[in-house]
Write a protein that binds this ligand. Sequence first.
Ligand SMILES: Cc1cc2nc3c(=O)[nH]c(=O)nc-3n(C[C@H](O)[C@H](O)[C@H](O)COP(=O)(O)OP(=O)(O)OC[C@H]3O[C@@H](n4cnc5c(N)ncnc54)[C@H](O)[C@@H]3O)c2cc1C
Length: 494
Amino acid sequence: MNNQTSKTKIGTKALVMGGSVAGLLAARVLSNYFEEVVIIEKDELPDSPTNRPGTPQAYHPHRVLLRGKMIVERLFPGYTEDLLAEGAYLREGKTIQLNYRYGSIIIPDERDVGCSRALFEWVIRNRVRVLPNVKIISGCEVSKLEMSVDDNGQKRITGVQLRERKAPGPEQPVTIQAELVVDASGRNSKLGKWLIQLGYEVPEPERLKVSLGYSTCHFNVPEHLKDKWSTILVEGHPAKGIGTGVFSPIENNLAEVLIFRAGGQSYPSVKSEDYVREAETLLDSTISELLKQMEPVASPRGFRVAECIRHRYDQMQNWPSGLLVIGDALCNFDPIYGQGMTVAAIEAEILDLCLQNHLNGNKVAFERNVLEKMQEAIEPAWWLSAASDLQWPGVEYSGGYSMEGFKFVQRFFDEYLTQAIGKQNIEMFETYMIMTSLLIAPKEILNVEKILSVLNEATTEEGLELRLEYSGEAGILRLKMFLEEHIPTFALTF
Ligand SMILES: Cc1cc2nc3c(=O)[nH]c(=O)nc-3n(C[C@H](O)[C@H](O)[C@H](O)COP(=O)(O)OP(=O)(O)OC[C@H]3O[C@@H](n4cnc5c(N)ncnc54)[C@H](O)[C@@H]3O)c2cc1C
């Protein structure tokens, strides 16, 4: 065994900017490879599972997709039991009711829990706090990256400057040195700006101008409704401007109810007196009828997102050593698909694999390798959510993907779901759900054989049109070429 493989740590100190979900997952991974890991969080962290100013989205429902749960469970074994011990809602044995414009699917839930985003973060943070080599510095904001240039002109991030947020008098920035700095400061990350200030050329990010609005209201769940549903989803109809509604129980006998619309033509109301009426605009009355039986605990709160952004730092010609980025700071998604925390977990897993490789001596282009692999993890979630959001009039996409590919997949999934739900084909439906849970690649459904087998049974106008377009030998060849040209290859191996 040579020196490199016998090493157990890569370096002395790693620093993570931001102590939210992505930052905590990154710190957990880094703790295996660095003697010390420091998390810098601008908020004073609460000493109970409550919301804080740095994560204003936390008032709104947060679910972790299956893939994310599996990774979090690997990083923090038994964390679901921690959530249950803190009072999270046991979803096992309760009913999931999913109402679409194609019909309804009702399935029993599995071993899973419902909880607020604050409780989820609390449980993960408590697990990180007890790691002996991780330190959380709260109430301090990173304000600048520190960089050095060696004799060969190689640039390296060597640490950060931070300032105490409550410090009296003139700001006294403090510098912390670290061999690796990871930006996990969320969707308002200043990384692009800082890199430009350091002389880097930063490419335009991909943008999904989504103009979405959430309105979330918390309700007390009465005894007779307590053990019934783990989720009710009334999915919207974007072309008709009809929003999506979700009901999901969490801890303390509460349920979160969310109403969502995208495209910016109208936002869901946040007035208490309008909330039931707002729910009545959904495709069916399941949620509005339920609301009449529950007491709100506070007025609804809104959240608006003008655009979702996927930074393409992987496309930069130069990237400094010693710097990485993870979570919403790298790519943020339309939250209705519940992908953000799961993608952050996949990115943490990628970081883990790349650090393991580094420890084994493969150090060349470490940072670029991580950035490229993280883009592979982002791609399915980003592409699927963009395809879905583009059904809303008013949503616009700018980036490298083919609009024809998005249009095709909208038409095809419309046919797919009509069949899966219309025929109550649970296996077909579950395959779709497993794909949107990021457990299998979109290519598992979007391949020639699968597409043709679905189109053979076509019932919708769009499906019949697609069948006509791609029938016969010449049609199959056309489909093959279309997929190659317009649908991404999704390099990430699942
Ligand atoms: C309305 C809404 C609903 C959502 N629902 C879901 C869902 O159902 N499922 C899901 O998976 N995801 C959901 N998301 C996305 C999810 O919130 C994020 O993906 C997740 O929190 C991971 O984000 P993050 O840790 O990268 O950033 P954030 O959670 O935004 O955290 C960034 C952290 O960095 C800190 N910070 C910022 N700047 C600095 C600085 N300069 N120095 C130090 N600290 C700093 C902040 O205080 C904060 O703690 C939702 C998002 C929104 C907006």
